[in-house]
Design a protein around this ligand. Structure first.
Ligand code: RFL
Ligand code: PHB
Length: 392
């Protein structure tokens, strides 16, 4: 098989890249090691920045998002019995966030790709990337037990943190920055009405909690837990009681309960590979960088990379111009490093860190939250970061 761009991974990065390239008349083949059903059901992110929505609109794929997604103009913090609401739209000069499940974005992107008759191979696992510095790199992949080769001009490594792409960068050609946090998130999707129309982030002595949603009938809730915590430690009643204890500190706020539809534990890490490219291999999304989910940035960064990569490849194919390709990593990393900082900041601000300093960090967190509540300038800076950084 031969194509112009081999895309590894059918997540938000790989799928949006495939569509952006098709719009420029550039052919690609998407390889995805899971089944279509699996990737369409995988529950993950839910917050889309304006820039991500604009990208989907630009591809003509925003119709269901606008029909079923929820526009949010603010969020709240619950901290020590106090409620701090930030009007993100006012503070950021008119930007909003959208709540629409990542798997819905993935479904929309896959449906449009399949409808266009463009190639996307499911249950096809990339196992090795060869000849990355030649003009004809190759991806070896396994499908139905057989090994096959995809020849191409460029490889887009969009296969997430556990994929083969970032592991294919030769030693000494890239630097990896990484931090694991000493806690994880237990996430649940529940058939329960959201308590209110906006996100609520709780900073509580028992640990962090978050109230989010997917629709008027479905809530998405998270609890800070130990990093190696088995799910079995968390029967339904314990989950609900703990959510109530952490989120329900504001008078009258009682978490709506309902059947739990899905649950999972996610490790928290910050991770960056620099540079995000080597030869004809370009990385995008979680393959190149992970942010802890507190800032709700990961999917948005993934799709922003896809946009930068598509422009660089379009310049190459339309006139063999390579400047944008050469600075692909630099262009992405300017946004990525700022998002890394913001995600670390929000994670540090809202989580319980263990009592190793006699409460010093706890007191500082409360002071910072108070600053956000009382300083207009601080709230403006927060809101601009949260709704999404300006595109490069
Ligand atoms: P993905 O989505 O992981 O897609 C990579 C795809 O590659 C496939 N794959 C391979 N395919 C072929 N060959 C191989 N060798 C392969 N190895 C892997 C995988 O099966 C998969 O389909 O990466 P991508 O496209 O970079 O997208 C990144 C986002 O998924 C991720 O950053 C977000 O989900 C992070 N995130 C959030 N981001 C937001 O922007 N807003 C949020 O509100 C938000 N909340 C979250 C989150 C992530 C979470 N978890 C579970 C990690 C909440 C949670 C709990
Ligand atoms: C979600 O709805 O899944 C979500 C919302 C906000 C976050 C992380 C995840 O910070």
């Amino acid at each position: 098989v031969r194509t112009q761009v081999a895309i590894i991974g059918a997540g938000p990065a790989g799928l949006s890249l495939a569509h952006l390239l098709a719009r420029e008349g550039i052919q690609s083949v998407v390889l995805e090691n899971r089944s279509r059903d699996y990737v369409e059901q995988r529950v993950r992110a839910g917050v889309l920045e304006q820039g991500t929505v604009d990208l989907l609109d630009g591809l003509g794929l925003g119709e269901r998002l606008h029909r079923e997604g929820m526009v949010h103009n603010g969020l709240s913090f619950h901290v020590h019995g106090r409620r701090i609401r930030l009007n993100l739209t006012e503070l950021s000069g008119g930007r909003s966030i959208y709540v629409y499940g990542q798997q819905e974005v993935v479904k929309d992107l896959i449906a449009a790709r399949v409808a266009a008759g463009a190639p996307i191979l499911f249950e096809a696992e990339a196992v090795a990337l060869d000849d990355l510095t030649s003009p004809t790199p190759r991806v070896r992949f396994l499908q139905h037990g057989d090994e096959d080769v995809l020849e191409c001009d460029f490889i887009a490594g969009c296969d997430g943190f556990h994929g083969v792409s970032h592991q294919s960068l030769p030693a000494g050609k890239a630097h990896v920055y990484e931090r694991e946090y000493p806690f994880a998130w237990l996430g649940v999707l529940a058939a329960a009405r959201p308590n209110e129309a906006e996100l609520v982030y709780a900073r509580n002595p028992r640990g962090f909690a978050l109230h989010s949603m997917r629709s008027l009938d479905i809530t998405r809730l998270y609890l800070q837990v130990e990093p190696d915590e088995p799910l079995d430690n968390w029967p339904d009643k314990r989950i609900w009681d703990e959510l109530q204890a952490r989120l329900g500190t504001t008078e009258g706020w009682s978490v709506n309960r309902g059947p739990i539809l899905e649950r999972g534990i996610t490790a928290m890490r910050s991770y960056v590979v620099e540079p995000m490219q080597f030869g004809r291999l370009l990385l995008a999304g979680d393959a190149a960088h992970i942010v802890p989910p507190t800032g709700a940035r990961g999917m948005n960064l993934a799709m922003a990379d896809a946009r930068v990569m598509a422009s660089a490849l379009a310049a190459y194919y339309s006139g063999r111009r390579t400047e944008l390709l050469e600075r692909y990593s630099d262009d992405c990393l300017r946004r990525v490093w700022r998002a890394e900082y913001f995600s670390w900041y929000l994670t540090t601000l809202l989580h319980k860190h263990g009592d190793t300093d006699g409460g010093l960090l706890d007191r500082s967190q409360v002071a910072e939250l108070d600053h956000l509540a009382t300083s207009h300038d601080a709230a403006v800076a927060f809101a601009k970061n949260y709704v999404g950084l300006e595109t490069v």
